[in-house]
Ligand binder design. Structure first.
Ligand SMILES: *Cc1c(COP(=O)(O)O)cnc(C)c1O
Length: 370
């Protein structure tokens, strides 16, 4: 049998009794949207992140988008304002910006960490720049101290795309607690995954939390009275109940991910396979274990032939997508090289020793391009 890239069935099987009990509680309650489970999860997730507010929303894209929309309603952002983003990220980071008639300005990552390079951010700040949206890519914290410096100096909003980084920390603060606000995704494959779609906005900003709380629910604070032209993007009771079960196990799962990563980093020894660079153990929550290889596609085929599944995060950068023709002229050679070289190995909190060893052995047996 193949070593799967990720088996969500196995991940959730460990909690099946708890999940079924939580589902039964919701079914029996007769209350399915905006109830006690959501309120409890919002309290618990805010406490986990160490922030004042968590607002449950429909998915991670909406979490990011609603932060920007909230700041627009507060007068902090206007149409045409620029938001600096890493060139190498999932498309959602860009989509959240353009959906609000703001302009994504992609900059190069630091090739060592794959995270946005503060020097490039500083160089990209212009007269229309109003925000920086770093991504804690693959689960490793971006250089938030350097980015906060730049944001302070230029009075920019600092908004974390924390969709991959539940549980990453610098020892003092967790992902989600570094900027003005952060967006999380609870897509099933994320470190904290629901059994469907979900997301959250976390922030210490009382006013932003109030705006997002209204915006996610038709722009309404009082039923049938509408302050904003909002949307319907709520975290439902069933998903909130599933997430409460899984949040209680998150730290233990992240610890297990770190053990798998440690085994890979100790065991994979190959001159053509570059291992991920880690700044400090606690800063990486290992949503993905991403190696780099000049013959990436050959490595992927080789692993497949040895029964090891792998994926590419991501094959085409946003500025090369048909959806972003306006950015086709962007010069981002580091970003483009990264998209050619990255390969994600199997990673999950349920990987057994045998599967880990098979991945390591298959990598070490790579013969390079034929
Ligand atoms: C998953 C992800 C999102 C979007 O989350 P969804 O819940 O799928 O909408 C945003 N940004 C990054 C970096 C992601 O990995």
């Amino acid at each position: 049998m193949d070593v799967p890239f990720l088996s969500l069935r196995d991940v959730n099987a460990r909690y099946v009794d708890e999940l079924k009990a939580a589902a039964a509680r919701v079914i029996d309650s007769g209350w399915y949207i905006m109830g006690d489970e959501l309120a409890a999860f919002e309290r618990e997730f805010a406490a986990y992140c160490g922030v004042g507010h968590a607002v449950g929303v429909g998915n991670g894209l909406d979490a990011l988008s609603l932060i920007l929309r909230g700041y627009k309603e507060m007068g902090r952002l206007r149409d045409g304002d620029e938001v600096i983003v890493p060139g190498n990220t999932f498309i959602a980071t860009f989509l959240a910006i353009s959906a609000n008639r703001l302009v994504p300005v992609p900059v190069e990552p630091d090739p060592a960490t794959c995270n946005i390079d503060p020097a490039h951010v500083a160089a990209a700040v212009g007269t229309r720049t109003r925000a920086i949206m770093p991504v804690h890519l693959y689960g490793q914290l971006a250089d938030m101290a350097a980015l906060a410096d730049i944001a302070d100096r230029h009075r920019l909003l600092l908004i974390e795309d924390a969709a991959q980084a539940h549980g990453a920390s610098d020892g003092a603060r967790r992902a989600g607690a570094f900027g003005d606000a952060a967006g999380f995704s609870f897509f099933p494959a994320k470190n904290l995954g629901a059994l469907g779609d979900g997301g959250a906005v976390v922030t210490n900003d009382d006013e932003l939390a109030a705006r997002v709380t209204a915006l996610r629910n038709y722009g309404s604070e009082v039923k049938y009275h509408h302050l904003y032209q909002g949307l319907n993007s709520r975290l439902d009771e069933m998903q909130a109940a599933m997430l409460r079960v899984k949040l209680a196990h998150l730290d233990e799962e992240v610890a297990r991910r770190r053990q798998v990563a440690r085994r890979y980093r100790d065991g994979i020894r190959h001159p053509q396979i570059a291992l991920p660079r880690v700044q400090a153990e606690e800063r990486h929550a290992w949503h993905l274990f991403v190696v780099r290889c000049a013959q990436r596609d050959a490595l992927r085929d080789h692993l497949g032939a040895h029964g090891v599944q792998s994926q590419v995060h991501y094959p085409v950068p946003a500025h090369r997508q048909p959806a972003y023709a306006s950015l086709h002229d962007a010069q981002l050679p580091v970003t483009e090289q990264m998209h050619r070289e990255v390969l994600s190995l199997p990673m999950s909190p349920v990987m057994g020793e045998e599967a880990i060893a098979r991945v390591i052995d298959a990598c070490n047996a790579f013969g390079g391009a034929a």
